[in-house]
Design a protein around this ligand. Structure first.
Ligand code: SF4
Ligand code: SF4
Length: 400
């Protein structure tokens, strides 16, 4: 049955702006583009699901087409829905299974991080992964931490948080928990400098990698768990996340794509830079000392989709001594787990090429971006270290 909220395809005015903005249709002739695969094909798919074609798999779900569309057609959502409802890819795919089970893999890998980090860096293991798991040889996986951020918070940070009368609930996401504990520490430091104590609720992976790999039922289960947990006893405190993709999922995709009721939390969810921007705007700006660095800023696609880039730029401009080069809006090409697959590797590299060139031309000391997978892609393809905006603020707070 066609649901009334899913007929946005009927608003298409056939202007083809979306196709001009789609980085994948620019990079390969194998993908006909958002207009053809989205609203045009949806009319045929509704009549006959067998008319679906396998080129849908090339869409990265970057959502740049939706940003460009003047008629608010949910193009990427139509394509994702069609991909997983009609293509019916049901066979067991070990690579996709493990890439999307971030809590399972991260939980085990942090327990044995020394050996895991050593093994995944070995050339012979990378050749094996290339041949048998179809993971590109050039992939550099992020290192696993020795412990989880949740354990660090419980042991070292939680006790001091009751000193603050105001509080935020932190949705840390898998990357901070298993791969980048220091971003979690920076978040607590910055919130405390703004006069907020940090609280954490139980959480599961937000579901972004599950959705990207077609495990929709499991993504729904995680979403139901997160909605219930974040609703419990938080009052009207903001729920703040440091990952732009987690924020987009919690705030938008839980209701629009997974068709769940997230109304109890949606208005309280903020991406961290918007939260800090509003504090700065109200005059709550902590003392910062000049950083003395030149950085290039890359805006992630999902943050652009949420209209959040202006908040990140707003707070970065308040950091003294930060010379910022704002790069043209370009997709980095990694799109979560998309670029970690042999069959997508060439497209992913071709999409990201303009961004890598822009970064090189800017000659920065660091790159700043809000998204963990953009960070991975940029660090794999340029010589620059990538910082989160929160880390840049924490660095300015740290300077004695
Ligand atoms: S989501 Fe991205 S890759 Fe997919 S059709 Fe839209 S612009 Fe193209
Ligand atoms: S941008 Fe929107 S209205 Fe224009 S062709 Fe694409 S889907 Fe249709």
């Amino acid at each position: 049955m066609i649901k009334i909220e899913n007929i946005s395809f009927d608003h298409c005015i056939k202007c083809t702006v979306c196709t001009m903005y789609c980085p994948v249709s620019q990079a390969t002739h194998l993908f006909p583009g958002p207009k053809a695969s989205g609203p045009d094909a949806e009319r045929l798919r509704i009549k006959n699901p067998e008319l679906v074609d396998s080129s849908l798999k090339f869409c990265t779900n970057c959502k740049r087409c939706e940003i460009a569309c003047p008629s608010d057609v949910k193009i990427a959502e139509l394509i994702q829905n069609a991909k997983w409802n009609y293509l019916k890819i049901h066979w067991f795919r070990p690579r996709d299974f493990f890439m999307s089970r971030t809590d399972l893999v991260g939980g085990i890998a942090t327990l044995f991080s020394g050996i895991v980090n050593f093994i995944i860096g070995l050339s012979i293991v990378r050749i094996f992964m290339h041949l048998f798991l179809k993971i590109p040889f050039r992939t550099v996986f992020p290192k696993y931490e020795k412990t989880t951020f949740r354990r660090i918070f419980k042991k070292e940070l939680r006790w001091s948080q009751s000193e603050y009368s105001k509080k935020v609930i932190y949705f840390h996401g898998c990357y901070v928990n298993y791969n980048n504990n220091s971003l979690g520490r920076d978040f607590v430091k910055v919130m405390n400098a703004l006069g907020y104590g940090v609280e954490m609720k139980k959480e599961k992976c937000c579901g972004v990698p599950l959705i990207a790999n077609g495990y929709i039922e499991k993504a729904k289960k995680n979403a139901v768990y997160n909605i219930a947990s974040l609703q419990k006893g938080g009052g009207d405190s903001k729920i703040v996340a440091t990952s732009s993709s987690c924020t987009f999922a919690l705030k938008n995709e839980y209701s629009s794509f997974l068709e769940l009721d997230n109304s109890g939390i949606a208005d309280r969810i903020e991406f961290v830079t918007r939260f800090i921007y509003n504090e700065f705007l109200s005059g709550n700006i902590p003392k910062m000392k000049p950083l003395g660095i030149r950085a290039a800023y890359h805006s992630p696609c999902h943050l652009e989709r949420m209209g959040g880039v202006m908040y990140t730029l707003g707070i970065l401009k308040k950091i003294p001594g930060l010379e910022l080069v704002v790069l043209n809006s370009e997709c980095c090409g990694i799109a979560g787990t998309y670029g970690f697959k042999n069959e997508n590797y060439d497209i992913s590299q071709s999409v990201g090429k303009s961004l890598f060139n822009l970064i090189d031309k800017a000659v920065p000391e660091f790159v700043i971006t809000d998204c963990e997978t953009c960070k991975m892609q940029i660090e794999m393809n340029t010589k620059y270290k990538v910082l989160h905006p929160v880390t840049a603020i924490a660095m300015a707070l740290d300077i004695k």
